[in-house]
Structure formats: structure tokens, C-alpha cells
Write a protein that binds this ligand. Structure first.
Ligand code: SF4
Ligand code: F3S
Length: 104
């Protein structure tokens, strides 16, 4: 499966939503997550994210994000259409450690 990671926070570009064939993105206030049981591992979303926030769960150090995506995909509503990025997207793109400082 693929997972959404830190740099989506406060950006939420949503380009990923437009390309997912199975609509497995879920929307929080300031980031998205992928439902790991619904993702078919097609990989098309990964290069579409302008913030480079999507990773294969096989990459190193992804355990935290796998748990995170699973947890919040059960709590948040599905998102099936792209929308405008958050106003903070450009300014905060690339800011390290956004989970601690900007997640809401
Ligand atoms: Fe959707 Fe494919 Fe991305 Fe999984 S890898 S979230 S199925 S676009
Ligand atoms: Fe987030 Fe990138 Fe999608 S910023 S909303 S994972 S396009």
C-alpha cells in the first residue's frame, strides 16, 4: 500500500484524489490519508503529489505512517474530488516535522 506522510500537512493539494482509481483517500482538516486495506497499490498517486508526500509502505521508517494512515482513514470521511490546496500550501511545503507543529 501507499501512505500519505508529513509534508501533506497544511498543504493538502489533493491532486492525488483525482487519480486514485478506487477512491481510498480520506480527508482530515489539514491533510489526507490513504486507507491501507482499500489501496490497490497501483502507484499512480505517488508522482502526482506536488508536495512529494506519498510513499510506498515498503520504504524505510514507514511504520509510524502506516499506523497513522490506518487510524485516521477509519475516522475521517472519504474525499473523491480534488479541491483547492490550503492557503498555507506554498509557504509550508517542505517544512520539516509538520506532524508536531501543524497537524490539526
Ligand atoms: Fe489510490 Fe493507487 Fe494511490 Fe493506492 S496507490 S492510494 S490505489 S492511487
Ligand atoms: Fe496531500 Fe499530496 Fe494529496 S499534498 S492531498 S498527498 S496531492
Amino acid at each position: 500500500t501507499f501512505v500519505v506522510t508529513d509534508n501533506c500537512i497544511a498543504c493538502k493539494y489533493t491532486d492525488c484524489v483525482s487519480v486514485c482509481p478506487v477512491d481510498c483517500f480520506y480527508e482530515g482538516e489539514n491533510m489526507l490519508v490513504i486507507h491501507p486495506d482499500e489501496c490497490i497499490d497501483c502507484g499512480v498517486c505517488e508522482p502526482e503529489c506536488p508536495a512529494d508526500a506519498i510513499r510506498a509502505d515498503t520504504e524505510p521508517d514507514m511504520e509510524k505512517w502506516i499506523d497513522f494512515n490506518r487510524k485516521y482513514s477509519e475516522l475521517w470521511p472519504v474525499i473523491v474530488e480534488a479541491k483547492e490546496p490550503l492557503p498555507s500550501a506554498e509557504d509550508l511545503d517542505g517544512t520539516p516535522g509538520k506532524l508536531d507543529t501543524h497537524f490539526s
